[in-house]
Ligand binder design. Structure first.
Ligand code: MSP
Length: 578
């Protein structure tokens, strides 16, 4: 991946089936893409973030028929639900593709025609185990292993024979192995990469890319170019969306012809399509493969797998109920930091939500910002009166006087009196950690770097006890200067922490920037309009332009997060209509 902070960056989510309404799983992957997109924009990159809906599936037309409407009406109804859910979640996607749109279907057909012309797609007979619930064929060994039931839904597989067009995936085995092994295509997390490599080593076979239209079929789907008796298999068509939507003059920079750049996010269920079939299709088309394919694990609910039959999906309305009580950013924070980002599933449990909310947010960044704002209000009428250079200390090099180490009732230091707090170095390290973790899509680690910096501020406050110092100003030669320096140090560290927390909690950080008059970072009234400089400058300690400055207003404002009562029942969602 490039180190150029201004380089283009393309982030995608799966496009979701519109047979049903969205749930936590769809919101989660799209949230990760949003957090990654915001983090990359903050770094200074030119980001294109795409999400959308996959509409030509058989299950969409089946479900439409069950509801007595046309497939298009049903697709539109559910696509709107996805759009609403994503707007509610505060996602900053640059576009939303519906695969029924012309801009997708025309280009997808052209790609398929190109593969037919190059001999990468050919006609042949196919017999295999078809999983109607997932709309895909599974291999004989997978079928056997799951006793001829769907490995995903457990529903029975069907033996199907059909004349099909096939993509010659087998031709690309050597190329793909080399791409993944060399890291040209990063398959993450590591455990998933090993699984994929293991399966590739068993050999790649031709994959069907069409199905023959049967009596009684609806005309839902895209016809095979030059052979209307066949319809393009929905999976193959859907994968093309990543390219169709940026295959225009002004967006081609997001899918350059000379280097892999795209980052595809998804869950483990559909990794094979993204890490194997799609890169090989791209190679056959003469295009670059994706740079990163990241497959996270699943959300489960109160310890159980979410499924239709158990009726325990965490629905959008439940997330709305949490957002109403604890704020949307608290929901975003919980999902980002506690979700199944790695290779193990994560549980959405109320008790855990409250624990994380109180510890990271109410007692963490919320408390730190409100204490510091409060002290500025109380001791300096809400105005910053001095800054300090780099390290904690006076510019003239003299150690801070005090009592700076917190004292016990008997006046003895309770901590090591020689302890130093090098916030300039610590904040630079937090920014490095966060940027590096963002590059690996370890967005939980990237966010945690912000919280750790705010915890260092808490430690510093306990150590320097500014509230004690404020009562003893006369006893110290430099009492007031010391107090102002301590508060400046806290505010500057929290300003930098807030930048690292912004991708996960954009609205709350914008609230803080308004209360603290941080208009040198971005426009606090329109935070999504962009930052005034790349993160490397914004997050430089005591930056002359973007740092906390003399004369800046810092007030207490409303607390960012109120403490939650662990005994309170989970917020109840209204039962959604189907
Ligand atoms: N339409 C295909 C994808 C085509 S992409 C070219 C599809 N759609 S889907 O609606 O079934 O979405 C699957 C995706 O939804 C998963 O890969 C994941 O991103 C998200 N999730 C669905 N359930 C999930 C959980 N329980 N937990 C986390 N994410 C999950 O497959």
């Amino acid at each position: 991946m490039t180190d150029d902070p201004a380089a283009p960056c393309y982030i995608t989510t799966p496009i979701y089936y519109v047979n049903d309404r969205p749930h936590i799983g769809h919101c989660y992957t799209t949230l990760l893409a949003d957090v990654a997109a915001r983090a990359q924009r903050l770094i200074g990159r030119d980001v294109f973030f795409l999400t959308g809906t996959d509409e030509h599936a058989e299950k969409v037309s089946r479900s439409a028929a069950e509801h007595g409407v046309t497939p298009m009406e049903w697709a539109t109804r559910n696509a709107e639900r996805f759009k609403d859910a994503f707007a509610f979640m505060g996602f900053s996607n640059d576009d939303f593709v519906r695969t029924t749109e012309d801009r997708h279907t025309t280009r997808a057909s052209a790609y398929i025609q190109k593969l037919v012309d190059s001999g990468d797609i050919e006609l042949g007979d196919y017999e295999g185990w078809y999983d109607p619930s997932q709309e895909e064929y599974v291999t004989e060994s997978t079928a056997q292993e799951h006793e001829y039931n769907s490995p995903v839904t457990g529903k029975p597989l069907e033996k199907r024979t059909e004349q099909n067009y096939f993509f010659r995936l087998d031709k690309y085995e050597g190329w793909l192995t080399q791409q993944i092994e060399s890291g040209a295509i990063r398959v993450l997390p590591e455990a998933r990469r090993n699984e994929v490599m293991g399966r590739i080593r068993q050999g790649l076979q031709k994959v069907p890319v069409s199905r023959r239209i049967k009596e009684g079929d609806t005309d839902w789907g895209i016809a095979m170019p030059n052979d209307p008796a066949h319809r393009i298999y929905v999976w193959i068509e859907a994968l093309c969306n990543y390219l169709t939507i940026v295959d225009t003059d002004d967006r081609r920079k997001y899918w350059p012809r000379d280097e892999p750049l795209a980052v595809h996010l998804m869950a483990k269920d559909i990794l094979w399509f993204h890490a194997v079939i799609w890169p090989c299709m791209l190679c056959a088309l003469g295009e670059q493969p994706p740079a990163t394919v990241y497959a996270h694990a699943y959300w489960i609910s109160e310890g159980r797998k979410m499924s239709k039959s158990l009726g325990n999906f965490i629905e959008i309305d439940q997330l709305r109920a949490y957002a109403d009580r604890y704020s949307l950013d608290a929901v975003r924070w919980f999902l980002t930091t506690q979700g199944p980002l790695g290779s193990t599933d994560a549980d959405f449990a109320h008790a855990r939500f409250i624990e994380v909310y109180n510890s990271d947010l109410a007692n963490g960044i919320g408390n730190a910002t409100s204490r510091v704002g409060n002290m500025f209000d109380k001791y300096f009428e809400g105005e910053v009166t001095r800054t300090c250079n780099g390290e904690f200390g006076f510019p003239d090099g003299k150690a801070l006087p005090i009592a700076l180490a917190a004292r016990d009732a008997a006046g003895k230091p309770v901590d090591d009196p020689t302890r130093t707090f090098d916030f300039a170095a610590a904040s630079a390290a937090s920014v490095r950690t966060s940027v590096e973790a963002t590059g690996r899509v370890s967005l939980d680690e990237a966010a945690a770097a912000g919280i750790e910096l705010s915890r260092m501020v808490d430690d510093f406050i306990s150590y320097t006890a500014p509230f004690t110092l404020a009562k003893q100003l006369d006893e110290h030669e430099h009492g007031e200067k010391a107090l102002a320096t301590i508060l400046y140090t806290c505010a500057e560290a929290l300003r930098i922490a807030s930048l690292l927390l912004y991708p996960a909690m954009p609205a709350k950080m914008a609230d803080l920037w308004r209360t603290w008059d941080c208009s040198t970072l971005n426009d606090p009234d329109d935070p999504d309009s962009g930052f005034k400089a790349p993160l490397a400058d914004l997050a430089t300690w005591a930056h002359p332009e973007h740092g906390i400055r003399v004369g800046q207003t810092i007030r207490k404002g409303d607390p960012l997060f109120m403490r939650a009562d662990p005994k309170e029942d989970p917020p109840a969602a209204e039962t959604p209509s189907s």
